[in-house]
Design a protein around this ligand. Structure first.
Ligand SMILES: NC(=O)C1=CN([C@@H]2O[C@H](COP(=O)(O)OP(=O)(O)OC[C@H]3O[C@@H](n4cnc5c(N)ncnc54)[C@H](O)[C@@H]3O)[C@@H](O)[C@H]2O)C=CC1
Ligand SMILES: CC(=O)C(=O)O
Ligand SMILES: [Mg+2]
Length: 609
């Protein structure tokens, strides 16, 4: 259990009506770097925006053209350069290099153009960047730990700061990245991307996070045969040694950074749930594909059922693709049904049908995980009935979720069959990236005469069709049902209250926070979930509800958390990091040990911080 947090941000001088804040982010920044070393440090660098005084104090005068510019002018220039790139991968690469040069400018640019750039720094373009990692690689970012150097894990992590320095860690083993499978060490980019979202969506300080990849080899033949592949060129190591690496990583991270919240991302189906179950009772950790996806999908279903005037208790849900995300969704929905109907989880699970490669999961299917067994149907179905069409015919579901990575699996026949049983079919093709969606919104709406209530894993453009009164053409905006709607707020809440654990109640409250902000609650034709335009407000609300639940459950260790909703919102907002240039104050390296470490990192070529 981490001790209560007293002074986690020694570089802060800010005053607040709330007294000392755990994540204060204003006031002068102490800096021990000068000259080209300073210009090459993405956290301190301001480029042409260094003031005249700073140019003198930090020996920059001869290193910069004389005109002093504002952050806004820099952002305009950067945006013009961004627009000059013709394809999304080139835009993604441009933004990556901007992040390596000047973090404030990078995040300012992203926040100024959030809706336009979200899909470039996240799914689907980030998936493409990950697939090309070893080909487009220029500079390393993040922590690379590998299965053959387990005895170095503690030391290599210790280079990244003092116990007070890190709030949030995203770790992957690269086995099941987005929907594009095993990407080996290129998985580091999903850890980085999720952390970028933590900053833009939730305001987590970009210099207080750690992206990590655990390189255990890869089973991806393309990578194994690629002479430029940067990771361990061998098949994945599994079993005891794999567990030893993960355990060493988690224990070292907790020992070195006792306040850090650990976010597991894109582990393979054999490990994701198993590791979560192992660590969740002990440390503040979260698996985004299980919890994040479960929470956002339940919020989408709740808002769709509001539109279709049904209750969660009426739900009959078929999940196609019973892997990490599919079972995570089933669990979240099952628990909510159990609470709403006052029944056991076993009873609630009877309203959910899981389908995987063998068809409907029944007690007769061999090799099911414990999590899948919970949903195994006892009936002995004939082969015919257990495929997706057969199950839809037999069950008449009102909710159909796709987490299978099988494109076009939701065929016209299946969707028309579903629509013949229910008035407003709720259809959520969630597989990423875009090309793996089980169906596209335009088809789903066309096949159901505009009746389907749809949300998708990656962003889609609005769909137009003759579904208004009297056949009038209407435009339907489709919500993005991606864990990115919810994990930033959950993480922000967990970090700010320095939670010891991430409890079920905290997740339930997070779902409620998102669902309450669904545009469809006020307008039945509006998207099922709040969009990217309001994501920062969603994160504040989710964080507030998560913190309140943590306090209620006795797992919050931060002192001085306001009780009143409004005060708590203000407390959360005040601690968000914003992309603004803070004045730099020079300090001798030996005087400021924290900055001395910053310098050491630069000298040692570590790219971040
Ligand atoms: N929208 C969102 O927020 C999220 C979307 N996802 C997406 O969901 C998909 C699955 O991700 P994970 O659950 O992490 O992967 P996973 O590998 O754990 O699960 C995929 C499951 O689909 C099953 N499957 C494959 N082919 C099938 C077929 N022909 N018929 C039935 N089942 C089949 C696999 O056996 C496996 O159990 C990915 O595309 C991922 O990008 C995952 C997490 C969040
Ligand atoms: C969104 C996400 O986490 C995934 O597709 O894996
Ligand atoms: Mg994921």
């Amino acid at each position: 259990m981490p001790p209560p947090n007293n002074n986690p941000n020694p570089d802060s001088n800010s005053e607040s009506k709330f007294g000392h804040l755990p994540l204060s982010t204003s006031g002068p920044l102490e800096c021990a770097l000068k000259g080209t070393v300073l210009l090459n440090h993405p956290y301190f660098n301001k480029g042409s925006a260094f003031t005249a005084d700073e140019r003198r104090a930090f020996e920059l005068s001869g290193l910069l053209p004389p005109s002093i510019q504002t952050l806004e002018q820099q952002a305009q220039r950067a945006y013009d350069q961004y627009c000059a790139r013709t394809d999304d991968l080139a835009k993604n690469t441009f933004l990556t290099s901007m992040k390596e040069q000047n973090e404030v400018l990078y995040f300012k640019l992203l926040l100024d153009h959030l809706e336009e750039m979200f899909s470039v720094v996240y799914t689907p373009t980030e998936g493409e960047a990950i697939q090309n990692y070893s080909r487009t690689f220029r500079r390393p970012e993040g922590v690379f730990l590998n299965i053959h150097d387990i005895d170095r894990v503690h030391h290599d992590l210790s280079l990244w700061g003092t116990p007070e320095d890190i709030d949030y860690i995203v770790v992957t083993d690269g086995e099941e990245i987005l929907g594009i499978g095993d990407q080996g060490c290129g998985g580091i980019l999903i850890s980085i991307a999720k952390l970028v979202l933590m900053t833009i969506c939730a305001g987590i300080h970009p210099n207080r996070v750690l992206p990590v990849v655990l390189d255990c080899g890869t089973d991806n033949e393309t990578l194994l045969n690629d002479p430029l592949y940067l990771g361990l060129r061998e098949r994945r190591v599994r079993g005891e040694k794999y567990d030893e690496l993960v355990t060493t990583f988690v224990k070292s991270a907790r020992e070195l950074f006792p306040h850090a919240y650990i976010h597991f991302e894109d582990f393979g189906v054999q490990n994701a749930r198993r590791l979560l179950d192992k660590w969740r009772p002990e440390i503040p950790c979260f698996n985004d594909d299980v919890h994040g996806t479960g929470c956002v999908t339940l919020a989408a279903i709740a808002s769709a059922m509001h539109v279709s005037k049904q209750k969660l208790g009426d739900l009959r849900m078929v999940v196609f693709g019973a892997g990490t995300a599919g079972v995570g969704i089933a669990d979240q929905v099952r628990d909510a049904i159990a609470v709403e109907r006052g029944i056991s989880k076993e009873e609630a699970a009877k309203q959910i049908w899981l389908i995987d490669k063998p068809g409907l999961l029944t007690a007769h299917v061999e090799g099911l995980s414990d999590a899948q067994k919970f949903y195994a149907r006892s009936e002995n179905c004939s082969d015919k009935k257990t495929d997706l069409l057969g199950v839809v015919k037999g069950v008449g579901p009102n909710v159909l979720v796709g987490t299978s990575t099988v494109p076009k699996a939701f065929t016209e026949e299946i969707i028309r069959e579903m629509a013949s049983h229910v008035d407003r079919p709720i259809i959520l093709p969630l597989s990423n990236p875009t090309k793996l969606h089980e169906a596209v919104p335009a088809d789903l709406l066309a096949w159901t005469d505009g009746k389907a209530l749809v949300a998708t894993g990656s962003p889609f453009k609005p769909v137009k069709g003759p579904w208004g009164p009297g056949g009038r053409e209407v435009e339907i905006k489709v919500a993005e049902c991606n864990n990115s709607v919810v994990f930033p707020g959950i993480g922000l809440g967990g970090v700010l209250c320095r939670t010891r654990l991430v409890t079920d109640k905290m997740l339930v409250e997070a779902v409620d926070g998102v669902a309450q902000l669904s545009p469809a609650l006020k307008d039945s034709t509006a998207p099922l979930l709040p969009g990217i335009d309001v994501v920062r407000e969603v994160s504040v609300k989710v964080a507030r509800k998560v913190i309140q639940a943590a306090v209620e459950e006795g797992v919050a260790t931060q002192e001085g958390i306001p009780k009143d909703d409004g005060e708590l919102d203000a407390w959360i907002r005040e601690q968000r990091w914003e992309p603004v240039y803070r004045p730099l104050k020079y300090v001798e390296a030996h005087v400021a040990s924290r900055q001395a470490r910053g310098e050491l990192r630069v000298v040692g070529s570590l790219p971040r911080r």
